[in-house]
Write a protein that binds this ligand. Sequence first.
Ligand code: ADP
Ligand code: MG
Length: 437
Amino acid sequence: KYLITEYGITDVSYNTWLRPLKIYDVVDHVITILINDERIGPPSLNVIRNKYELLLKVSIEEVMNEPYEIKFVLQSQIDSVEKMAEPVTSKKKPNDQTFLNARYTFDTFVVGGNNEFARAAALAVAENPGEIYNPLFIYGGVGLGKTHLMHSIAHFVLNQNPDTKVLYVTSEKFTNELIEAIQKKTTMQFREKYRSIDILLIDDIQFIIGKESTQEEFFHTFNTLHESKKQIIISSDRPPKEMLTLEDRLRSRFEHGLMADIQSPDYETRMAILKKKEELDGYKIDEEVLRYIATNIKSNIRELEGALTKIVAFSRLKKRELNVLLAEEALQDIISPNEKKVITPELIVEVVAEHHNISPSEIYSKDKSRNISYPRQIAMYLCRRLTDLSVTEIGKILGNRDHSTVLHGYDKVSKDIAKDSSLHNTIDVLIKKINPE
Ligand code: ADP
Ligand code: MG
């Protein structure tokens, strides 16, 4: 990165084209770079090829002291492999189902408190398709395992009975196919295709809401399948009741089945997922490094896994030992500031002031009355305890006071806490407010 900026590329160009690039893979002397064309659009590949490929090559060679070949892969290509959907007929063996990610099975799905209900529901449906919970509606935030669970159901069913007609489709793909069918006047075939299957999995249904014609078509498809006891599995990033433009009749159909949500994983589950990935990819990584990732990346499993891949690539690329230091460096762009909560003196002052019913400006002021100066000393104490700032810096921020004043305040409050259990309590409450968790 620093090498590239040294070549006089403007910040704008750098941030637009180069910064979003990710290393997808490093094999021998070939680096595959992932271009997120979904975010910056289709021209990105051309621009990057024409303008930056050579530069990237040179920079990589400078860093690595060895030439590397560069290849590019587009995010949309990766996604389309996942999304490719054709009904599966008995002629194909289960392993040939390219539209299903072979890795998304129940075996590789780590169970935690956040997802155990959804997983149990998915398994129950896979074991008894069309019989107990129909539809199954799985919902939860991005990157929490909805698609993984849906593919797991499909794999399971096909393993039990390769003749089952399973169709996994994203609602986007469903929509596009429908639009195309309308244009080409092939809606009959479209209906035929969707109504002749045994198990329909529709991923990310939120994309069909708001589009009346697709909702209508989907409603009929849904009813036909449902009436003939064919299993329907739907995923969404939110529950039906929060899908504002969802027609009531569809909403009530969805809510009639089983709804299962997936929440963010807790720390133990995050560790277990990382270990699973380590095992599947054949990595050997220090526990400490895994803990670092699991501590800092909390809400999205895709990012959690991406972080692991990234540090492995980083360490291979730079031929450096994979330790926490390297992980910190490799992940500085991923670990976003709101996940890595930064405690600032300003935040501390705000919380302390509010608790004592005074205003932050009084804490910064020269006011020496005890009802102001004591909260101020508490703020000094907390700044010293909760931030990495020096006493000099703390003094400067808290109204231009010198470091001995801060030290004195810190000592005073420390001693008081030892004698006064209610103050001890107050401090604990303040710390929880400043740094919830
Ligand atoms: P969603 O569809 O909810 O956005 P995905 O199913 O695509 O999320 O999951 C994102 C990534 O995280 C995938 O690589 C998936 O395999 C992985 N993942 C999610 N949940 C789990 C889990 N419980 N165990 C193992 N891997 C998981
Ligand atoms: Mg998904």
